[in-house]
Design a protein around this ligand. Structure first.
Ligand code: V47
Length: 380
């Protein structure tokens, strides 16, 4: 049940959210009564332009869980290879083997990136790469071990479920064996990439060679059963419909009911440059904020909704902290996937810049570790 939506003067509670679009009255009533939102509620939210009311509902849910806190972490991304056989149409980062622009970092370069210079620290290193035929599973294990040696205190959030499936097939091993070996080498948790849109109709169009949505969910279940926490994502703003987005979120919600293994949901705004979708309209700020808000409202069992400023920009990220997001990713340092697709955001932020963004949004910055244990609560 969402509290605090009641207004003085005996007005109906629903007005506390400022809902003007009648199609959202049932949604607001469900929230006030503590009822779980349905597929139709999700679609109504996406189709409505009553943005402030949607934000107010999401903010009430966000503040009920997290108060005024805005979590962030001091992290660094490393993309060890962009060579990939998957051929997903939305991805400007990936290069086919032998194609111009392909790169594969050597172990020395990876270790150098993972090693802190004086004055630097990374609480988390986030490592993902393409499905590169020249990178063996033992290379992956060696990479994790070498990073661990170079930076023993950083949490390693490594490899997507897509990479787990790829190496399981290549090594003729079960996903459990692959995950166990990665964990043994030093992997602490997994990022949420590769989910895209889980519905097969869209997957067939945008990433026909990638694992199915069903397989992605099955692998997430396996990781969670093994006690490996993961994130989950949704790539939005390409050819999907409101119904596809809601279906995606409800599939994640259903799995989370079973496993409680997802830490955070991160909506990923599609960046279209250098992809076949350049003709599509830009994703708007309205859509960014609405997607964050609907995620907060539908995903009532996923503790954190993270806004990824790299994709939506710092200004929208600030507002998103009032539209359902309680977490903002992060210092990042170096980013390739979005920037190869035309992102105009910086590649990384200093701790001071990130604190400024959160404070100027009026939220209390809380530095967290990957598993959301607070490390430091900063003055607002
Ligand atoms: O899976 C690819 C997406 C993902 C584009 O778990 C694109 O904490 C936008 O998963 N425009 C990788 N997105 C990034 C990712 C991620 C990022 C930040 C935090 C976490 C986390 C995970 O990027 C891919 C794909 O869905 N992607 N191409 C593009 N043109």
């Amino acid at each position: 049940m969402i509290e605090g939506a009641f207004v003085a003067g005996g007005k109906p509670a629903i007005e506390g959210f400022g809902v003007r679009d009648a199609s959202l009255f049932p949604v607001a009533e469900s929230l006030l009564a503590g009822r779980r939102l349905t597929f139709d509620d999700g679609v109504a939210l996406f189709k409505s332009h009553d943005l402030h009311a949607i934000g107010a509902m999401a903010n009430a849910a966000r503040e009920k869980r997290h108060g005024n806190r805005a979590y962030f972490n001091v992290n660094r991304h490393i993309n060890h290879t962009n060579i990939c056989i998957s051929g997903c149409s939305f991805c400007a980062f990936a290069k086919k083997p032998g194609a111009p622009g392909g790169y594969r970092l050597g172990l020395d370069e990876i270790v150098k990136k993972a090693t802190c210079k004086p004055g630097e620290r990374w609480e988390e290193i986030h490592i993902v790469g393409g499905l590169d035929p020249q990178v063996s599973f033992s290379d992956c294990i060696e990479m994790i071990r070498a990073i661990r040696r170079a930076n023993p205190t950083a949490h390693l959030k490594t490899f997507t479920l897509v990479e787990v499936d790829y190496y399981a097939k290549r090594e003729k091993k079960s996903p459990r064996e692959i995950l166990a070996a990665l964990r043994e080498a030093g992997m602490g948790s997994m990022p949420g990439g590769g989910a895209e849109i889980l519905g097969e109709n869209i997957r067939k169009r945008i990433c026909p060679n990638k694992i199915s949505g069903e397989r992605w969910l099955e692998l997430a279940r396996t990781a969670h059963e093994m006690g490996i926490p993961t994130n989950c994502t949704m790539l939005y703003g390409h050819v999907e419909t409101a119904e596809d987005r809601v279906d995606h979120m409800l599939k994640l919600r259903a799995l989370q009911d079973e496993t409680q293994g997802f830490m955070a949901f991160i909506p990923l705004q599609f960046n279209k440059e250098n992809t076949p979708y350049e003709h599509l309209p830009e994703v708007t700020g309205e859509d960014n904020l609405k997607t964050i808000a609907v995620a907060r409202l539908l995903l009532d069992n996923i503790p954190h909704i993270k806004v990824y400023w790299v994709m939506v920009g710092l200004k929208i990220a600030q507002v998103a902290l009032w539209y359902g997001a309680d977490d903002i990713d992060g210092t990042v340092v170096e980013e390739r996937i979005t920037h190869d697709a035309g992102a105009k955001t910086p590649a990384g932020l200093s701790l001071g810049e990130l604190l400024h963004v959160i404070r100027r949004a009026g939220r209390q910055p809380v530095e967290r570790d990957t598993l959301y244990n607070p490390l430091k609560i900063y003055a607002q």
